[in-house]
Each structure stands twice: as structure tokens, then as C-alpha cells.
Ligand binder design. Structure first.
Ligand code: 46X
Length: 328
């Protein structure tokens, strides 16, 4: 079969939320191709952490089973994290169903998750080797579902300030222009990682990023790239400054931003629209804006939602490849 759900952007496209039915309870969750734990807000959490959230209630599920002795602890690159215990239940995402999916029940979550009351947990869609459950590591929803899907794929169709979709088991070719360009994925790191060794600012010449690698990460809001890319890009933007106070490059909100093209697997240049790189104002007057492309001090670049807003992306675990094409 296959399963399709909406992907609804939060204010400012900070993240995208999708409905997941767990033991008959519908939870709006953040699908994250950069991590591999499925964890939920639930009634074990302190009342102050539960406030404003939809909280999964084990007692209301007739199919939930505790995995006695199992725990999870996850921390993300932005310093946020969650920890708790684990059970299994039936998970239905748009019709794609797994009957015994590990459900990680947070007993502690960091402040940024508590404050984000629209999100009630994460669905990790990276490779299961990154799952944090102990003593026995658990599989992701996609790993559990893939053999029952018509095709071992899922796709991300994320749209700027508009409702998009995640689909499991099918590739909807009406959603992208032309045909998908496929790149080999190196699964060693547990991420959807591919070679990305070139970039181009606007209509300029293509430049090299030595040893450039990138991961496709729906759980990251921005695009975190090599400092050489950041410098080359913002050198073309009048008034762009590296603003330590706000923690990255800002520029005048009325800037005409160039597109940024990045190499995917050596045979496709994914064009990220300049308009999408104007992420958000940092001041009340809306005169200074924060860039959607920022530097990361590592060779592993993180292509997050800023890229997904320009590119339809297919994740293929059949032959471990990633397909991209401009949105239709
Ligand atoms: N940082 C970070 C991060 C990432 N690289 N992928 N997903 C992330 N998060 C999911 C929820 C909070 C952060």
C-alpha cells in the first residue's frame, strides 16, 4: 500500500507538522529525516511540560504494549533533547500502517519542545542505526513499513508557507518538474548523505567545496553549509553582515537575493530560490532579515527545509539513493 499525509508549516516555516495515528490517537508530529527516533508527548510528562500539547495516553490505547526495561535519550544538534521509556503500538501514517512500532514516551523534554505547542513529537526517518533505544535498538517507521509499501520510498513535498505532503510507498510525478535526478546515498553515518562538492551563486561560476558532503534533513529549518559557500553567497548581497548577536548572517530585508545552486551526487545542481533564503526578520521594524543559509563548522553540510521548499525529494531505501527535482 502507500500512505500520504499533509505537511503543514508552522509560523515562519520553522518546522512542518503531519498527522500520525498512534493506537487510535492522532498526534501532529515533526517528520525528521535527520534522526531515527519516534517519540511523543504523553501523560507521563510533568503537567507543565504537557501544557498546550496533545499528549498520548497509554491507558486509552488497546494495542499499546510496554517494552519493559527499554529507555531512550536523544539530543539534537541545536541542543534540544528528550528522554523516557518505550513501548510498541500501531502507527498509521496516511494509510501506511505498522502494527508494532516502537513508541518512545518522553518523561523529560527540553524547553524548546515544550514551547512549541503545535508539535507533539518526532517521527525519525533517517536510518535505524541512529535509533537511541537501549538495550535493544528499535527500527524507524519507514524501516518497519518499507517491505509492505508498494515501493521502498518516501517523499517530501514541503512548500514555503503552504501545505505540502509526505508520502510513503509512491512517487507522485505530478508534484515535480521533469524527472528526478538520483544521487547515491552513503548510509555509513546513518543519515541520507550524499556527495555535494560544487555550488553556484546566482548565474556565477560553479565553485568547489573540497570533500563536500551533505545530508537531506527535513528536521532542520535552515541550510547549514561550508563557510566558503556562505562567504561566496553573501558577498553578492549588499549590506550582509555576520551578526554575532543574532548568531548568523543578516542583510537588509529588501535585498534581492541570488539563487544558490548546490551539487547533488555530482550530476544535478539543485537550485534553491533566492526568495526562500530570506528566512525571517530579526527586528520589529522588519528591516534586518536573517539568512536561511548559514555556516556549519563541519564537512557534513545539512540541507534542511530551506532546500526542501525548492526541491521535491524522494528517499529510496531500495537502492539507497535520493531523488530531486524542482517542485511543480
Ligand atoms: N538540531 C537539529 C536537528 C537536526 N539536525 N535534525 N533534526 C533536528 N531537530 C529535530 C527537532 C529539534 C532539532
Amino acid at each position: 500500500g502507500s500512505g500520504k499525509v499533509t505537511a503543514t508549516p508552522e509560523q515562519g516555516d520553522v518546522e512542518f507538522l503531519s498527522p500520525v495515528i498512534i493506537g487510535g490517537q492522532t498526534m501532529n508530529m515533526d517528520f525528521d529525516s535527520g534522526s531515527s527516533d519516534l517519540w511523543v508527548f504523553n501523560t507521563q510528562l510533568a503537567a507543565a511540560s504537557q501544557a498546550g500539547h496533545t499528549n498520548f495516553d497509554v491507558a486509552k490505547s488497546t494495542t499499546f504494549k510496554m517494552l519493559t526495561g527499554s529507555t531512550f535519550t536523544i539530543s539534537y544538534g541545536d541542543g534540544s533533547g528528550a528522554a523516557g521509556n518505550v513501548g510498541t503500538d500501531t502507527v498509521n501514517i496516511g494509510g501506511a500502517t505498522v502494527t508494532s512500532q516502537a513508541i518512545e514516551l518522553a518523561t523529560a523534554v527540553s524547553a524548546s519542545f515544550v514551547q512549541d505547542t503545535q508539535s507533539n513529537g518526532l517521527v525519525g526517518l533517517a536510518f535505524s542505526k541512529l535509533n537511541t533505544v537501549k538495550p535493544a535498538q528499535q527500527k524507524t517507521f519507514f524501516d518497519n513499513a518499507k517491505d509492505t509499501l508498494a515501493m521502498p520510498v518516501f517523499t517530501a513535498d514541503l512548500r514555503k508557507a503552504a501545505v505540502g505532503a509526505y508520502e510513503f510507498g509512491a512517487i507522485d510525478s505530478t508534484k515535480f518538474n521533469g524527472s528526478l535526478s538520483w544521487a547515491a546515498v552513503n548510509t555509513t553515518s546513518g543519515f541520507w548523505q550524499f556527495s555535494s562538492q560544487k555550488f553556484q551563486v546566482g548565474t556565477g561560476t560553479a565553485m568547489n567545496v573540497a570533500g563536500g558532503q551533505a545530508i537531506a534533513d527535513t528536521g532542520t529549518t535552515l541550510m547549514l553549509v561550508n563557510a566558503a559557500v556562505v562567504n561566496a553567497y553573501y558577498s553578492q548581497v549588499t549590506g550582509a553582515v555576520n551578526n554575532q548577536t543574532v548568531g548568523g548572517v543578516t542583510f537588509p530585508c529588501n535585498s534581492q537575493l541570488p539563487d544558490l545552486s548546490v551539487d547533488v551526487g555530482g550530476n544535478y545542481m539543485a537550485v534553491v530560490r533566492g526568495d526562500d533564503i530570506n528566512f525571517a526578520p530579526v527586528d520589529q521594524a522588519g528591516t534586518t532579515c536573517f539568512g536561511g543559509v548559514q555556516a556549519i563548522a563541519s564537512n557534513l553540510q545539512i540541507y534542511g527545509d530551506i532546500m526542501f521548499k525548492s526541491q521535491f525529494v524522494a528517499f529510496n531505501n531500495g537502492n539507497n539513493s535520493i531523488g530531486m527535482a524542482p517542485h511543480q
